[in-house]
Each structure stands twice: as C-alpha cells, then as structure tokens.
Design a protein around this ligand. Sequence first.
Ligand code: M6R
Length: 367
Amino acid sequence: EKAGFDHFMLKEIHEQPKAYRDTMGSRLSPDGSRVVLKELTMTEQQIRDIRNVHIVACGTAYHAGLIGKTVIEQLARIPVETDVASEYRYRSPIITPNTLVIVVSQSGETADTLAALREAKRCGAHVLAITNVVGSSVAREADDVLFTWAGPEIAVASTKAYTTQLVAFYLFGLHLAQVLGTKDEAFIRDMIAAMKSLPEQVEAILGQSEAIKAAAEDMSKHDDLFFIGRGVDYAVSLEGSLKLKEISYIHSEAYAAGELKHGTLALIEENVPVIALATQEDLLEKTVSNIKEVTARGGKVLGITSERYAQELAKSVNTVFTIPQTHALLTPALAVIPLQLLAYYASLARGNDVDKPRNLAKSVTVE
Ligand code: M6R
C-alpha cells in the first residue's frame, strides 16, 4: 500500500504532482483563460459584498492559510486575517454577515476548526471550507466547500494536503479577482499558465532528492536550527520548521528574516544551521543582508531560491538549493517541497518513526 516507498510520507510527497493536477483539474478552463469553480454557491453579488475575510485553521492548514492571506489580498484586494482556530474563538473576532470565513482542514474533523466554523455561522458569516475529506464534519456544515483532491493522507506529517490547500487558495483568489475585476485577463492567463507548470516543476525538485538528503543528514546532527524568510517565504519557513520538529524532533524556529536582529541573532554562533528562503525578487536584497548577519557570526546557511536568483544568492550562502522559476505568488507550492524532504530525511537519519511521530495523532478531535 506504500506503492514501493519506504514510508507513507515519502509516497505522499511524491504524489504531489498528481494531487496538483487533480485539484486544478476541471477548475481551469481548457483555453487557460479562467478559473471555473462550479461547486461554489456564492453568487457574484455575495462576493462583491465581502468586506473582510477570516481564515481559520490549525497546524499545517494554518500555515496554508497564511499563504492564503497573501494570495487573496494580492489578487482581490480584500483585507484578510489568518488565525489559529484555538485562538480565534476566544478573541471575540469581529464577524459580520459581510465576513467570509474560510476554514481549512485536511481531515475536516479538527475540533478547534469545527468549533470556529460553528461560531462563524452563528454570527451570520458565510463559511467556505477547504478540506480533503468528502463527507467530513467541516464539509457537511460549511456553506460552501472547495475540496482538495489530494487523496488519502496517511502520514501524520501533512504534505500533499498542504500543497493542495495552496492550490485551492490560488483558485479561489483568481475566482475573486475575476468577479471583482481586480486583475486583468493577461495577469489571470499568466498565473494559470504558471499553475499548470507546477506538477512538472515539482517532479524536477523531487529529482534532486539526493542533494537534500545529504543536507538533511548533516542537519540531523544538530539540536537547534533556524528558518528565515520574508513575505510568503516566511510563511513557508513556519511550515518547514513545523515539519522538521514534528518528525525529526530537532528544535527549530522560523523567523521573519528582518526580525532576527531584534533578539534571535543572539543564538547564532559558529556552525548553527540556518535555512534561508529567498524566492521573492522584490525582497531578495533585504533577505541577503539578513543572511549576511548570520554568516558574519559563523552560521551555516542553506539558501533556497528560484533559478533566476541562484547565482546572486550563491555569493552569500554556504549551499544553494534551486527551485524552478514560477509566478511570485506560486513559489510556496515549490519551495516547501525541499523542506518536506529535509524533514523526512532528517527523521530517517535519526531513526525515528517517520509516519507516526511520538505524541501526535493524525486527526485532533479534542479542543
Ligand atoms: O486535519 P487538519 O488539517 O485540520 O489538521 C490540522 C493539524 O492538526 C495538522 O495540519 C498538523 O499540524 C499536521 N500534523 C502537521 O503536519
């Protein structure tokens, strides 16, 4: 049932190209000009009436929601807040009938997420669920559902669910942009074309697994490490750090690169590994100066960037890992893949139970 892979996690990492194709599937018009979300009941008028969006989720799904915030704000210019579900309910969020609440959950059964959904409905908000499980509680109770067609995810560490949640946000963000007219046809066409290239680009990254494995084995000898990035790279860093902690039990922290010097830099000393994500052209220069703050103190930096900036980044890091060039908003859908592999191989090197990490359950149905 692991289809020749040693672990479900590795199998699921390798299923991502297919999961991308299945999730985009018939939701992109054949001529590549539009997103078509037939399953949504929300009318164009309901979309025009949205004043704000709340994204609510836990763990990895929350990290997808952080990317979702950038995607919706950039594409549709609607203000978005992303919250951890267990916090959301207790902070008296300002929910009105013009708030769209998006709950994100692979299993569709996470207790905190479900409770947030119910609270949002009670306040009169329209609730859209992004979930992987047809017939789950979240899918049944939400007003609208966008399914991620990732297929069953068995490993406790979420991989293909996260990446297909990103795809769901790209699709929904473009749908909003089409209705609201916030992006022109050329932009939408370009982004759709870039989305269609993602599956083969993921294949290309998977083809470089050996290089990541070597880096992971090196990393598995350390007890503390850091991830840094700006913008969407910061959100991907959070996910990379969670994945690593969850299955390798190596302590790591993810920081917005510009925040390092406000305290955490004190922890950087000779040989501390730092994984720096730098995929965004407009933030590259700033991230590079943060990387230099690290290398000046002896930190060892593994940089992850897109092809176009690899040469530039190579000047200031110890090792560069390159992802294929894509649209600026889509880089998380590629940049997370090497981080998933890093976590996987680090866990393996430490002799852990990759698919069933200690203390954790696949579906968290207690609050
Ligand atoms: O089923 P859900 O997406 O609601 O689960 C949320 C989290 O429990 C989950 O993403 C968790 O953080 C993963 N184990 C991370 O890999």
